[in-house]
Design a protein around this ligand. Structure first.
Ligand SMILES: Nc1ncnc2c1ncn2[C@@H]1O[C@H](COP(=O)(O)OP(=O)(O)OP(=O)(O)O)[C@@H](O)[C@H]1O
Ligand SMILES: [Mg+2]
Length: 175
């Protein structure tokens, strides 16, 4: 152990969670890093039809990441948080995106009634905050993205893959 302080690198390799599962960590030193990361996510063709879950405490930065991600994909206009509506649909050039926030989701009947089953069966990118609240109904996420606040502006972010699609994307992000 050394007493020397050091700034963590933006990209760190994490330990694989389990055999064959890519899991990697990044540090965002401020919202500009969050935006840059969102731009890199938006540039991944492998995420076009993916399901990405966003984990982290209240105020961790899930919606902030999604807003930068949607902008980078070319979504115009006001980007509302889906906290009350549970889902907000978005259109980017040639791409449908659904942004879920399951924080207030507590009635499984809503899954059918609100057409969520149809959304998950459709092509397009699905992003979900608080996915734990609908875990019994949702498919396996291609990528689970965990955000943890280090302080007011820094975040530790880890990505783990649940499918081969997710693994390929995480590998591409490390390149
Ligand atoms: N590096 C960073 N990345 C993301 N957000 C940051 C960062 N630094 C500061 N913030 C701030 O942290 C807050 C994150 O709020 P946000 O609504 O995105 O959280 P959330 O995870 O979606 O919370 P909730 O669970 O309530 O939906 C915003 O005020 C944002 O400006
Ligand atoms: Mg949010």
């Amino acid at each position: 152990m050394t007493a020397a302080q050091h700034t963590p690198p933006i990209v760190e390799s994490g330990r694989p969670q389990e055999a064959g599962t890519a899991c990697h960590r990044w540090i965002w030193h401020g919202e500009e890093d969050t935006q840059r990361f969102a731009q890199r996510l938006a540039a991944q063709p492998g995420l076009r039809d993916a399901y990405v879950t966003l984990h982290g405490d209240l105020g961790a930065g899930k919606t902030t990441l999604v807003r930068h991600w949607l902008r980078a994909l070319g979504v115009q206009g006001r980007i509302k948080s889906p906290t009350y509506a549970v889902v907000e649909p978005h259109e980017a050039p040639g791409l449908a995106i659904w942004h879920f926030d399951f924080y207030r989701f507590d009635d499984p009947r809503e899954w059918e009634d609100a057409g969520f089953r149809d959304i998950f069966a459709s092509p397009g990118l699905k992003l979900a905050e608080w996915p734990e609240k609908a875990a019994a109904l949702t498919p396996v996420a291609d990528i689970a993205l965990h955000i943890e606040a280090i302080d007011e502006i820094q975040r530790q972010v880890s990505l783990s893959a649940g499918t081969p699609v997710g693994r390929a994307v995480i590998q591409a992000l490390q390149a």
